[in-house]
Design a protein around this ligand. Structure first.
Ligand code: OXD
Ligand code: MN
Length: 588
């Protein structure tokens, strides 16, 4: 008897016409075999994987992508719901029938001369009732190997799926990596993603943004949970009490650094549970619990170094897991190590840039692509929380939202309660970065840091957030932070490890140890409530960091209102009321 999985694989084989089919079992032997093949195979005249210096970076390999395929392509990403307004103005939309026809035409025969890899995987710990079963099809060995780092691939997933037809279907082919024939199509109602023409992480590792966020957020909407673009950390105090936080920031705002923070204060420790995605459930007691569905980090390399991100550097240099990948960094030929801006102060003399050319610093371009990445197992992380594999997840006491803003947003403030916290998160704006193709540095609204990842109408999503708050009994506190405020083009707050000072204040708030000052936008720390011991920062700067500039906020509310208006009456009444109140307070 054929299982639904067998039927799916057969269907894919008939569609793609590959030379062979390989079903991944997740074994060590398989890993060695695939790595060996990737070292011998070429794409566009480039070997797929090159071994790096194992003394410096154990089990590490280098991959150079097609230069046209280096970031997520939001303009080519679609959410295909039966009715357009279900996808909302936050998504590109196509009719599901048309989208499937388009994709099937691209897929037809696309794997001739190639192997079709079948990747059974689980997002979440195998024993977790919150984990989900998935199958991805791909013709990219780089994608297949990356999935072995980022998720739990192999026989256990097949066993978990068994005879069920309830699994995510992710169908992927790199095609000819032509941006004119590149599409990432989501079908939330069918638990299905079709992706063609890109090998880039966010477009091709379908368990990540595509499933765990876009499809996941829709499943959460249906099933009563949340799939969020969030880190998960546990902060251990000197008395060993651990407070768990979630943190949502738009791409490349230092989320990964925060997930691995090395606190400035003695006796504190940050335990890492995840750096990108959290699935949040409310348990029988009404308490928020979060799991990280992923098993690895797909992090931005530039800016990662021993001073700024010591834990990540140790993760990259750890030899626990069998494979770490570096994509589109430069390579220092003197010792065959990956190199990127920020990993060392000096530019190596004999450097090959991310496009394979001898690097010439005088041309003023970076050697590593600004969105060059490492793909590394979470089990390599020296601060991995012992609770990471806990099937239930960890109980959440605080949610930190943030954005990258030169002005307007104070260093930190707290929302009065859950629903005003939902409002606060719904109005996040952030300057765009290199993680997505397009203009860098302009402010765009990015509610909950989910704008590119919410798989349904964001108006409905806001309502879902409000509803979840009603379902829970013990609600986490909601905070908003901005590490990036500038004065005369200089960052006012030192950031990095010093951010822990703000987190410590949050713990004091959660434990009711310190009061607040009410402002137009929320609750601000009392004078001297943030521990600045040992930090040389002027009082005027601190005052400015924690001040509200009404004139700036008056401009902000205009942008917020414009954003809200795109969603028409889908914006929940409560949120409209908060905006109205804010305008009144600002005397707009
Ligand atoms: C990521 C992103 O890659 O958010 O995590 O773009
Ligand atoms: Mn992300």
């Amino acid at each position: 008897m054929l299982t639904p999985m067998d039927v799916f694989v057969k269907e894919m084989q008939n569609l793609f016409c590959p030379d062979g089919v390989y079903v991944m079992d997740g074994s060590q032997r398989e890993a060695e075999k695939l790595i060996a093949i990737a070292q011998k195979s070429e794409i566009d005249g480039k070997v797929i994987l090159k071994k790096l210096n194992g003394q410096e970076y154990p089990n590490s390999y280098y991959h150079r992508s097609n230069p046209n395929d280096v970031a997520r392509t939001e303009h080519l990403t679609f959410v295909c719901t039966p009715v357009k307004n279900q996808a909302g103005p936050n998504n590109n939309w196509l009719d599901p029938k048309d989208a499937k026809e388009k994709m099937n035409n691209l897929f037809k025969g696309a794997m001739k001369g190639r192997i079709m890899y079948v990747i059974p995987f689980v997002m979440g710990a195998l024993k977790s009732k919150y984990a989900k079963n998935c199958i991805q099809i791909t013709d990219s060995i780089y994608v297949a190997l990356s999935m072995r780092i980022m998720s739990r691939v192999g026989k256990h997933a097949v066993e978990r799926i068994g005879n069920s037809s309830d699994f995510f279907r992710g169908i992927h082919s790199v095609g000819d990596v032509n941006p004119d024939r590149r599409f990432i199509m989501h079908f939330p109602q069918d638990n299905l993603v079709m992706s063609f023409g890109s090998g880039y992480g966010g477009n091709a590792l379908l368990g990540k943004k595509c499933y765990s966020l876009r499809i996941g957020s829709y499943l959460g909407y249906q099933e009563g949970w949340l799939a969020e673009h969030m880190i998960i950390i546990g902060v251990e105090a000197p008395d060993h009490k651990i407070t768990y936080f979630l943190g949502a920031f738009p791409s490349a705002c230092g989320k990964t650094n925060l997930a691995m923070l090395d606190p400035v204060f003695k006796g504190y420790k940050v335990w890492t549970l995840g750096d990108d995605i959290a699935w949040i459930n409310v348990d029988e007691d009404g308490q928020f619990y979060a799991i990280n569905p992923e098993a690895g980090f797909f992090g931005v390399a530039p800016g990662t170094g021993f001073t700024t991100s010591p834990v990540m550097m140790k993760t990259l240099k750890n030899d626990k897991f069998f494979l770490t990948l570096f994509t589109n960094t430069a390579v220092d030929n003197s010792n065959n190590t990956p190199w990127w801006e920020g990993v060392s102060n000096e530019v190596p003399l004999d450097l090959t840039d991310w496009q394979g050319q001898k690097y010439n610093e005088s041309l003023g371009k970076p050697a590593a692509h600004p969105n060059s990445r490492f793909t590394v197992s979470i089990y390599n992380c020296p601060t991995l929380s012992p609770e990471y594999d806990n099937p239930k997840g960890v109980p959440i006491s605080g949610i930190i939202f943030g954005g990258r803003r030169k002005s307007t947003i104070p260093l930190v403030y707290e929302a009065k309660d859950w629903s005003s916290g939902v409002f606060t998160a719904s109005i996040i704006g952030s300057e765009t970065t290199a993680a997505a193709s397009g203009q860098v540095g302009t402010v765009r609204r990015d509610p909950m840091a989910m704008l590119p990842f919410c798989g349904y109408n964001m108006g409905d999503y806001f309502q879902h957030w409000l509803n979840i708050g009603k379902k829970a009994k013990k609600l986490p506190k909601i905070f908003m932070v901005n590490w990036f405020r500038k004065d005369n083009d200089e960052f006012m707050w030192p950031g990095y490890r010093e951010n822990f000072r703000v987190i410590k204040w949050m713990i004091d708030r959660i434990e009711g140890k310190t009061g607040v000052i009410e402002s137009e936008i929320g609750l601000l720390p009392q004078e001297s409530a943030i521990d600045l011991n040992g930090l040389n920062i002027k009082k005027e700067i601190m005052d400015k960091l924690l001040s509200i500039d009404k004139e700036e906020w008056k401009k902000e509310v205009v942008m917020i209102e414009e954003f809200y208006n795109k969603f028409g009456d889908k914006i929940p009444k409560d949120l409209r009321n908060y905006l109205k109140e804010l305008k009144e307070k600002l005397e707009v």
